[in-house]
Design a protein around this ligand. Sequence first.
Ligand code: NAI
Length: 338
Amino acid sequence: MRFAFFDAKPYDRPSFERFGAEHGVKFKFYETKLTPDTVGLARNCDGVCTFVNDTLDAEVLEALADLDCKYLALRCAGYNNVDLKAAHDCGLRAAHVPAYSPYAVAEHAMALLLTSVRRIHKAYIRTRDFNFSLSGMTGFDLHGKTVGVVGTGRIGRVFIDICRGFGMKVLAYDKFPAKDAGYEYVTLEELLSRSDIISLHCPLTDETRHLINCDTIRLMKKGAVVINTSRGALIDAECLLEGIKSRQIGAACLDVYEEETDYFFEDLSGHILNDDILARLISMPNVIVTSHQAFLTEEALSNIAETTVQNIVQMHDGLPCANELVWKDGEIVHGSAK
Ligand code: NAI
């Protein structure tokens, strides 16, 4: 089998080549993203292997079907960039990698939080310049603070465990609360108004788009820290910026950004950034931005490649594929029986 692998980065190749070779799947690596303009690169392939910022809308999917592609192998958990109804209508089968290392993302969320509250990003730059002054470096203890976790799935639960290790109090909000969770579920409004730190771990859906907006920011405690390692559009970036400028938000830790597609994962250091909101956020001393790197650990990369190849083989061989995303009766069903 041949798969066109879009948005390929050097760190993707070793594990995909290894697992692909073991199972007879050859990947053709392309640095470009999948778009209506690049879809032709999938000619003579059985399918495409894509990541979070590839375009898989109806136009691209129809073009893939015209090229006789059959499979969409998403090498990520989120699938908000895929029109699964259109995929179904075109006869394309899709599978994702629902979990590869919740620890990678949850640990990154805590790394961002610690960096922010203890000003590690500032200290790193200062001491490299032999500036050993501590002015402006006062942080605060995490111990005893209240963290509000939105989304208590795989990643959210690991993040809760980590926070408890720091002696933090946990509040949780989830559309589908876990039973016997051992932490307090409250409404979103209550979580926002009682938390010192708010961390987002829910998926991006129509319902959660701009979950953090000008109205919900007003509900937060003054000086709350907001962490987003989930999907950029959970936060209305313009409102976030206003919230930071008005000091309502004390700090923001962002691994994702609403309009990240044109910027994240690329070296744009020689360019002028066109996105004024992103540029302004990055310029703030209390905002830390990483470019969607929370997943990037050796363990996660290996698990992603292994599961992606397994998904391809299962779909191709007509075996049950638990990670298949099936469009059925107007909704997405997880897992195929055949
Ligand atoms: P999961 O599916 O295990 O958990 C998601 C949780 O969100 C579930 O408990 C679900 O009930 C809850 N949820 C669904 N709709 C909700 C709503 N409207 N309001 C509140 N909660 C809601 O997913 P997992 O593995 O924990 O991943 C969470 C998110 O993290 C993913 O959707 C993805 O967007 C993001 N992610 C980011 C990565 C990165 O590198 N920055 C890497 C991997 C995932």
